[in-house]
Design a protein around this ligand. Structure first.
Ligand code: ADP
Ligand code: MG
Length: 684
């Protein structure tokens, strides 16, 4: 019997294992089973090249629980280890510069774990004692028993073993009795070992017999040794891909497309990615990609490993170049991982481009479910943006789809304004903005449907990337002003007339904390609406972005919605309203206007006389006169306002026009709506 001291050059690796790996000690089973699988694969290789000439026999790895002995045993019939090999691979945890490294990073558990592939030694996270029984495949070698109780001392002695291969026996410690439960081990095998390439047997298959569940003689194999991603794409049908998807996500909805990844240079990577139907809440969709290393599950939280938008995809990525037992921060800074990440982005874009080219109709059919994913990629990944502009689609209000280039060609000639800006009109609610869309169509303009979660952000980005292009919601101005082809027709109303209409309409607008209005004038066609409500693109978009973004943008979020009530000065009704105003309150208003004009005139004359004087050179009497005149003007304005208000109240037409404008925007609700209906009936 040999006694020795495990060759950690630094003090002792065990406290590190116990202490730092405590939170994730589930992985011990993954490590031991994958070692057993490695040993089995090695033997198969040796056999295939003729270095091992014996019978391979059944090569299953088996996991056994013994509740009474409180042991968990992992056995394989692989290459096994000779005493020398145990000494070399188990006893000498020989890492160059281990001491130095441990010292440098003694406060960073992840770095330590990352540096030492703890593999076999992770068994001590859950065991008070671990034994190895091993018999090498090599002819004439003797079976060895190794035993260690979680300290740097071990024993090694000759033993007898019936069979080739290795048994690892864990004596589970008292704090970890949970690992003696069948259900727990089943759960871990399912998580980490589901797709290992060698059959893993855990217990016996069960069957319902005579009203209860009974064990059969057949081994219960927990894994699928040949998952779809290791097969050749040519050997797989769409149905196979969908079947594999269900294997991964038993409750998932059928995916839209898949990509079979198969790279062997400059790194190895296989996998299948699926495009799910992305629901409106993208947060819920994350963390579905599973990362494997040679069919061993590593993690399903891949942020930092793949670009953020790709975390919306589902499926598996398998790469032996992604180190297995290292920390996340290590993974994120790993050069290989970065290369892998940009490669996947490229592949995803290529595949989408390919589907778009070959099966455009199908691509269009699925676009609505695909859109948010692609938009997200364009917004967050420059490289992806460059590729995606070629297949990113725009949908118009007739349900037709266009690429950016196609759409530009279509609308360029008609939708370029006098300053050379190409104006893209869009709606985010075709029903609510119906009348504006109709007005735009009447002009021969196209209207895009941009009602997705990321559309305002995308619009801003597209404006930045494409000079002289602007995205404007169809209700953000009158149709003539939205795409200004020549200077707008001038409004031929006097200041007093504008003032009158402004006061009259203001009196009837539903001003409140959330909504504010201002009145403006436009000389539109006589056939256009007499009054309409528009909402300026910039402010509205800022508010919308604030809703999804917060931070700096939340300033905009707190501002009221500001609307513009546009009065069409060429419309017969507006002309009539002005006449009515004159007829009913002209007698009272006109003298006030004259008084105001006179007072203002006087102020102006005084100012003119004093224009070259400094403030202290101006006579006190002049100053007083200006102040009193201004006060008088303010008081008169108030009187006038009151007159207009009174008039507006008695003139049903004003309220009716305001309500019609609100109604066109779906902004007329509740009591105001029912009053409108009553009023309208009385008109009939
Ligand atoms: P790694 O698997 O990363 O090499 P481990 O600590 O898991 O690190 O294993 C150390 C070494 O011990 C392995 O490389 C292998 O040579 C040997 N080994 C571990 N388990 C077995 C086994 N079941 N059969 C044969 N050799 C094994
Ligand atoms: Mg290992």
């Amino acid at each position: 019997m040999k006694q020795g001291n495990i060759g950690v050059t630094s003090e002792n690796i065990f406290p590190v294992i116990k202490k730092f790996l405590y939170s994730d000690h589930d992985i011990f089973l993954r490590e031991l089973v994958s070692n057993a699988v490695d040993a089995t694969q090695k033997l198969k290789t040796l056999s295939s090249v003729g270095e091992f000439k014996g019978e391979l026999g059944e090569l299953n790895v088996s996991v056994r629980l013994d509740k009474e002995a409180k042991t968990l045993t992992i056995s394989d019939r692989g290459v096994g280890m000779t005493a020398e090999e145990i000494d070399k691979y188990i006893n000498q945890i020989a890492f160059s510069g281990a001491e130095e490294f441990l010292d440098k990073y003694k406060d960073d558990a992840n770095a330590i774990i990352g540096h030492f592939g703890l593999g076999f030694y992770s068994s001590f996270m859950v065991s008070k004692k671990v034994e190895i029984y091993s018999q090498s495949y090599k002819e004439g070698s003797k079976a060895v028993k190794w035993s260690c109780e979680g300290n740097p001392d071990y024993t090694m002695e000759e033993t007898t073993k019936a069979d080739r291969g290795t048994d690892i026996v864990l004596y589970i410690d008292d704090e970890n009795v949970a690992f003696l439960e069948e259900s727990k081990i089943t759960e871990l095998l399912n998580k980490y070992c589901k797709f290992l390439p060698v059959p893993i047997a855990f217990g016996k298959k069960k069957e319902w017999k005579d009203g209860k569940e009974q064990e059969t003689a057949e081994d219960n194999i927990v894994n699928n040794v040949e998952p779809a991603w290791v097969k050749k794409p040519a050997d797989l049908t769409d149905e196979d891909y969908n079947k594999f998807y269900r294997e991964l996500y038993p409750y998932g909805e059928e995916p839209l497309f898949h990509i079979h990844l198969n790279v062997d240079y400059p790194f190895n990577l296989t996998g299948i990615l699926y495009f799910p139907k992305v629901k409106n809440n993208i947060e819920l969709q994350r963390n579905k990609i599973q990362l494997y290393c040679n069919q061993v599950f590593v993690t399903d939280s891949v942020e930092g490993i793949v670009p953020e938008f790709l975390t919306l995809l589902h499926g598996v990525i398998d790469s032996p170049d992604i180190p297995l037992n290292v920390s996340r921060s290590y993974l994120q800074s790993d050069g290989n991982v970065k290369k892998i990440s940009s490669h996947i982005t490229k592949k995803v874009a290529d595949r989408l481009q390919e589907i778009f080219k070959a099966e455009r109709t199908e691509f269009e059919n699925k676009w609505d479910s695909l859109k948010i994913f692609i938009n997200y990629g364009m917004l967050t990944d420059e490289k992806f943006y460059e590729r995606a502009v070629k297949f990113n689609l725009f949908k118009n209000t007739d349900g037709k789809y266009f690429t950016a280039e196609e759409y530009k060609t279509l609308v360029e000639s008609n939708q370029t304004d006098k300053d050379g800006n190409l104006i893209y009109l869009y709606t985010n609610d075709a029903e609510q903005q119906f009348s504006y869309i109709e007005a735009a169509k009447a002009k021969g303009y196209g209207v895009l449907v941009m009602d997705g979660q990321l559309d305002v952000h995308l619009a801003s980005m597209l404006e930045q990337k494409n000079e002289k292009s602007r995205y404007v919601r169809v209700d953000s101005d009158t149709i003539d002003n939205i795409i200004l082809k020549e200077n707008a027709a001038t409004v031929e109303l006097t200041a007093n007339e504008q003032n009158a209409l402004s006061s009259i309409f203001k009196a009837e607008l539903p001003e409140d904390k959330e909504n504010s209005y201002w009145v403006s004038f436009a000389a539109l066609d006589a056939e256009s609406m007499p009054v309409m409500i528009t909402q300026q693109e910039f402010m509205r978009r800022m508010k919308e972005m604030a809703a999804t973004q917060g931070g700096m943008m939340s300033f905009y979020g707190q501002m009221p919605n500001s609307y513009n009530l546009v009065v069409n000065t060429n419309h017969a009704l507006i002309k009539r309203l002005l006449e009515n105003t004159e007829n009913s309150i002209g007698e009272k208003v006109n003298p006030i206007n004259q008084q105001i004009a006179a007072l203002k005139q006087m102020v102006e004359t005084i100012n003119e006389a004093n224009k070259d004087k400094k403030d202290d050179e101006i006579a006190e009497t002049d100053k007083e006169l200006i102040k009193s005149n201004n006060d008088k003007v303010a008081a008169l304005e108030k009187d006038k306002e009151a007159l207009y208000k009174e008039f507006a109240k008695g003139e049903d037409m004003v309220r009716q026009l305001v309500d019609l404008a609100l109604l066109a925007n779906n902004m007329l609700k509740g009591e105001a709506l029912s009053k409108f209906v009553k009023r309208s009936t009385s008109f009939i």
